[in-house]
Each structure stands twice: as structure tokens, then as C-alpha cells.
Design a protein around this ligand. Structure first.
Ligand code: UDP
Ligand code: MG
Length: 313
């Protein structure tokens, strides 16, 4: 029986892994139950996988998965969740931005009856102001859209009970925004606050594009409100059209400035309507694309190798 599983997604983290392992082991040596590390190699192109293999050779608590290509952070964590065997499952990053020293606090809350204990950032050290601003804005916008509140300033760094992990694993959706699904599941949840450290080594793997995709996934997987926005935009366009009709009638009667009527007005109207329609199509497209991805019923990830796990899911 394994009490704690620590899932760590790894994508080109060769310079972080040994230090991360050293700090994690210091913590798990103090824990009150058997612990496994579930390291998920997300198709790294550097020596990460070889290092995972070496760690596994020297320490049987290290279990690892090797995904067949780079699937992205959320999917790597999803794979880890399906293989983790512990009674309590912890998710953290490989770059030591999530300090392993926080684990005892997360576990304490779990022992006292919480099913989800998420780590909430008080500060983010050395991240660009643009990233901080975007993150700040995003969580607040997200909450405008969703019916269930998503705690602000939390990432995936958390502890979840076996019950919650089993439910998460039974959710088949392909576009996974784990911190949203985690909130959606319910159960008693609580926060432990911490200061987010800078990366130990290496480059940030979340490019602007990946972050934007995650943000869109977050909103769309939790809310249908963007579709309503499309309707509102349509109504607004209709309103503008009515105003323009009234204006034109008005000018016909009261000798209006001729330069306002004619091509300018038509051009504006055409562009405006075109824009509204394209925006609405785009919003619809985001949803239809996701429906398409779901009906294809492909597996969420493909696994090259799973090493050290007692049982396969
Ligand atoms: N990661 C991953 N697959 C990816 C991108 C990132 O498994 O395609 C992992 C990465 O190795 C790290 C975690 O996800 O352990 C968070 O990535 P990063 O530190 O780049 O993001 P940030 O801390 O800025 O959210
Ligand atoms: Mg990081």
C-alpha cells in the first residue's frame, strides 16, 4: 500500500531533476507513510528520461512514465494521475517553483479531513510583470465566466484524496484544465498559502501560445457563456444597424452632410458586420472543435513505457 504519490511532469528539465529529487527525498523521508514519485516524461528531447531511469535504478520509490511525444503539461499530469497508486496524490512542477517543503502542510490538511488541498500563491518570484499581470487578469476573468468559483492564484500544485483522483480519472474529456475540473468535483477543499520560488534552472516551458491555449481551455471547458457573448454581439450589431437606419432616414428629411452617407457608411457597416460574424464563428468553432476532439474518442495520451508501477490501470 502506498500512502503518498507525488506526480511531477517533466519536459526538458535535465538541469532540475537531480536537485528536485534531492529536495523531495529530504521531505518524503520524514513522511508518515510509504511514498512513490510518479515522474512523467512528456516527450523530453534532452537527457531527462535517462536521468529518470537512473533515479529509478538507485531508488525503487521512483516510478516513471514515458509519453510517446510531447502532450503538454495538463496531459502529462493526467497520465500521472492514472498511474498513481497513493491514498493522497500530490501534483507539483519539476522546476522547484513549487517547494516540496510545503508537503507536510498539505498532508496535515488532508489528515484533518479535506479532500483537496491546493497551494495558493502569495507571490511569484522573478516572473515577468507581463506574466503576473496576465495571470492576475485571467483568474479574475475566468471567475466571471464560470458558475463554480475557481480559487484565484492557484496552479496545479495540490494534494487530492484517492476519492477525488478516482473521479478525475473517470472524467473522459480530452481538453483538460485540471484546476478547473478539481474545483468542479467539489468535496471539502482548502488552501495553503506559499511563496512561489523562481525556477531552479532551465527555461520556462509554457510559451505564450501554450498559456493562451490553457486559458481558452479553462474558460471553454467550464462555461458556455462565450456562446452567449456571440448572441449579445449579434444583438448589438442589430442595434447599431437600427440606429444607422434611423440616422439615414433623418438625414433624408433634414438635408444631412452628404459625405457621411454613401460609401463611408456602407464600408463601416460591412466591416462591422463582418467582424461580428467572424468573432461569433470563431467562438462557435472553439466549441465545435472540442466536440470533434471528444467524438474521435482517441486516448488522451500514448505511453511508450511505464516503469516501477505495481499495477497498470
Ligand atoms: N511541462 C510539461 N510539458 C510541457 C510543458 C511543461 O510536462 O509541454 C512541465 C514542466 O517540465 C514543469 C511544469 O510542466 O515541470 C511547469 O512548466 P513551466 O515551469 O514551464 O511553467 P510555469 O511554471 O511557468 O507555469
Ligand atoms: Mg515553472
Amino acid at each position: 500500500m502506498i500512502t503518498y504519490s507525488i506526480i511531477i511532469p517533466v519536459y526538458n528539465e535535465e538541469d532540475n531533476l537531480r536537485e528536485m529529487y534531492r529536495r523531495v527525498v529530504q521531505v518524503i523521508d520524514q513522511l508518515d507513510g510509504p511514498t512513490e514519485l510518479v515522474l512523467v516524461d512528456d516527450g523530453s528531447k534532452d537527457r531527462s528520461l535517462a536521468i529518470l531511469e537512473a533515479l529509478h535504478q538507485s531508488d525503487s520509490r521512483v516510478h516513471y512514465l514515458s509519453l510517446a511525444r510531447n502532450f503538454g503539461h495538463q496531459i502529462a499530469v493526467t497520465a500521472g494521475l492514472q498511474y498513481a497508486q497513493g491514498e493522497a496524490v500530490i501534483i507539483m512542477d519539476a522546476d522547484l517553483q513549487d517547494p516540496p517543503e510545503l508537503l507536510p502542510q498539505l498532508i496535515e490538511q488532508w489528515r484533518s479531513g479535506y479532500h483537496v488541498v491546493y497551494a495558493q500563491r502569495l507571490s511569484r518570484a522573478q516572473e515577468s510583470w507581463l506574466k503576473k499581470l496576465m495571470a492576475y487578469g485571467f483568474y479574475r476573468i475566468l471567475n466571471q465566466f464560470t458558475e463554480i468559483p475557481i480559487p484565484t492564484d492557484t496552479g496545479d500544485f495540490c494534494l487530492m484524496s484517492r476519492q477525488v483522483v478516482d473521479i478525475l480519472n473517470s472524467m473522459p474529456e480530452k481538453h483538460r484544465y485540471i484546476r478547473g475540473l478539481r474545483a468542479w468535483i467539489g468535496f471539502p477543499q482548502t488552501a495553503v498559502r506559499f511563496n512561489r520560488d523562481p525556477r531552479f534552472a532551465g527555461e520556462v516551458k509554457y510559451t505564450f501560445r501554450k498559456s493562451l491555449n490553457l486559458a481558452i481551455d479553462g474558460i471553454i471547458s467550464l462555461s458556455r457563456k462565450p456562446l452567449k457573448i456571440a448572441t449579445y454581439l449579434g444583438l448589438m450589431a442589430a442595434l447599431v444597424a437600427i440606429v444607422m437606419i434611423i440616422l439615414v432616414l433623418f438625414w433624408r428629411i433634414y438635408d444631412a452632410p452628404p459625405q457621411l452617407i454613401g460609401y463611408t457608411l456602407i464600408t463601416i457597416a460591412v466591416f462591422f458586420l463582418g467582424a461580428v460574424q467572424l468573432i461569433c464563428l470563431g467562438i462557435l468553432g472553439e466549441y465545435i472543435g472540442r466536440i470533434y476532439d471528444e467524438v474521435k474518442q482517441r486516448p488522451i495520451f500514448t505511453i511508450k513505457k511505464a516503469v516501477g508501477f505495481g499495477k497498470n490501470p
